[in-house]
Design a protein around this ligand. Sequence first.
Ligand code: PLP
Length: 385
Amino acid sequence: MKVIYTDNNATTQVAPEVVEEMLPYFHDLYGNPSSMHSFGGQLMRKLKEAREKVARLIGATPDEILFTSCGTESDNTAIRAALASDPDKKQIITTRVEHPAVKNLCEYLSKNGYSVTFLPVDRQGRLDPEHLYKSLSNDTAVVSIMWANNETGVIFPIEEIVQMVKEMGIVFHTDAVQAVGKIPIDVRKVPVDMLSLSGHKLHASKGVGALYVRKGTKFSPFLIGGHQERGRRAGTENVASIIGLGKACELAGKHIKKENERVKYLRDKLENEILKQIPNAMLNGDREHRLPNTTNISFEYVEGEAILLMMNEFGICASSGSACTSGSLEPSHVLRAMGVPFTAAHGSIRFSLSIYNTEEEIDFIIEKLPPIIERLRELSPYWKQ
Ligand code: PLP
């Protein structure tokens, strides 16, 4: 059975060009970049090239990029570094809709001596900058606000809010794991202090990420050990994956505009047809300020898990809520924060597309989904049309 993969916010296919670029570093060039001999040492140059490519995609300079193992590590490193650099300050400001990589860390910190302000969002998942401005205080150590939401695709006005935070001398971190590679980002124009990204969300491999740290930002490492990454992140570099990440960033930079127009067209077609053909289906999230690849739709009076299982019979892969939280039957914290009614939050499905999706695949989903929802509603004791 052909797989129709529309779960790209969970993870992406590694681009064939990226695989090709990585392969020599498993069988021929397997040295350690820190070695004195040239067999290993030559890899330093390759790491440098990868660093330049990652930096170029977001408008940074190479020495502002440090490689990590994933988006979660980048987020944890950034927030902990900000707290360590100003130990007298005890307030963290974030939002109610962050990925668990930030949310759960902040909840942990709130039980360990910090006070955390979780900013609300409105029914469309939008953030009102006023809430942030009112929460800032002399005790704020760090503001961590995601660039784009993984469940709804809603984009926050980072450019607008970062200025105010910086004027107060507070560190600003953004989790841009879902945004990098999908929309243009330029840290020369948007002066965040730290920014997280993750390889497997942009057609590189799993197990590699990066943290942008603006020059001059006070920093203390999370992993302590060897001198790798100029002492900012210990541990032998994941050479092949880092080189793959560089290639993926290079490809994203080349294709971001043209490919995203096509992805957006496919997303809009899927979304519009679903909303047109299926009664009591509603879009979750701001239609306008949204990633081009993501749509999150609630089908009232059906279980998201049941929809996923029935779509799975046809090879269609999507997600109900965040992949990292599925497995629990709690409705998504993001949709709850947005005030989506319980009956709808339970039946929410996220489709997240990539440049590898075709119009035929979208047509196939549009054909299969309406009868699935109809069938499930026939079985639902709550559904009366
Ligand atoms: N932040 C966001 C917004 C995400 O969507 C994810 C993964 O889904 C992460 C952080 C965590 O990234 P990783 O899986 O690389 O740890």
